[in-house]
Design a binder for this molecule. Sequence first.
Ligand code: FPP
Ligand code: MG
Length: 324
Amino acid sequence: MPVLDGRLETRLRSRMAEVEALLEREIESEASFVTEACRHLLHAGGKRIRPLLVLMAAEAGDADAPGVLTAACVVELTHLASLYHDDVMDEAALRRGADSANARWDNHVAILAGDWLFSKSSELTAQLGPEAVRIQAETFTRLVEGQILETQTPRSDEDLLDHYLRVVAGKTGSLIATSARYGAMFAGTSPEVVTALSTYGERVGVAFQLSDDILDVGSDTAESGKTPGTDLREGVPTLPVLFALRSTDPGDDRLRALLCGPLDDDAQLGEALRLLRAHPAMTEARAYVLRLAEEATAALDVLDEGPVKEALVAFADLIATRTA
Ligand code: FPP
Ligand code: MG
């Protein structure tokens, strides 16, 4: 947890324990198999950055106000739902160091567990009132649009990086922005602070997804709990890939050829991973993410100096430099 002030850290830890208990209760279904399928990934771990961000943003106002805990639970359930579906789309075998639900059961179970979790998060959102329902609906639209856009080939006149950043802002920035926004909103902060935290969350969210892209190339399963090269195998042109493809160095011909072709063969995927790991595109991608984290931090100018702002700055930093 990226918190510098001891009292704030103790408070957030205890509030996170309340969020965990609420999550545990909310995934309890009358059908025990549904509970089992949903518990599977909930218990497998996860960084819980979305609910943590709700709680941290709420510290800018009345953090004990009603709605804060519920909102924290809503964003984690929405995220969890999307992971069940994402692993089906990616045909991923691993998630959070455990078998994905599609691997452990099958696609039908994974899709329905995702649907059920999303329904639960909608029920909880309804308790938060019409403004939250509207925000949740808009967030979900962006999230799904981002995920769909990822499967689309960019228009010929569209810059590949711009297209990709739109994907990332939709599929990840949206829900992380909403997490920070909900925290500030339910804690009763001023509209100016709510907007600032939304902007911060959006930028942190994009940085988070881009650092995930870097980890997909640069880390192994022991660190990430996922299979390295999943994005490459799927042909998703992530940030390091887009930077590498811009190279005109003839020494990169082999890497470019591999990245432009299908990578469903293990040997070729391994070779592409090896070449990409050693390529300056990785350093360039890391620097890009660090700049984004700085831009996120800049949005916090409206907050008073103190432990809450420091914690949010440290959080952005941690997101940009994470290794898991
Ligand atoms: C992870 O991306 C995927 C997302 C952040 C969004 C997925 C959204 C959907 C599947 C839309 C449907 C959602 C619901 C709630 C019903 P990634 O594959 O790049 O990251 P990974 O490495 O964690 O798999
Ligand atoms: Mg995935």
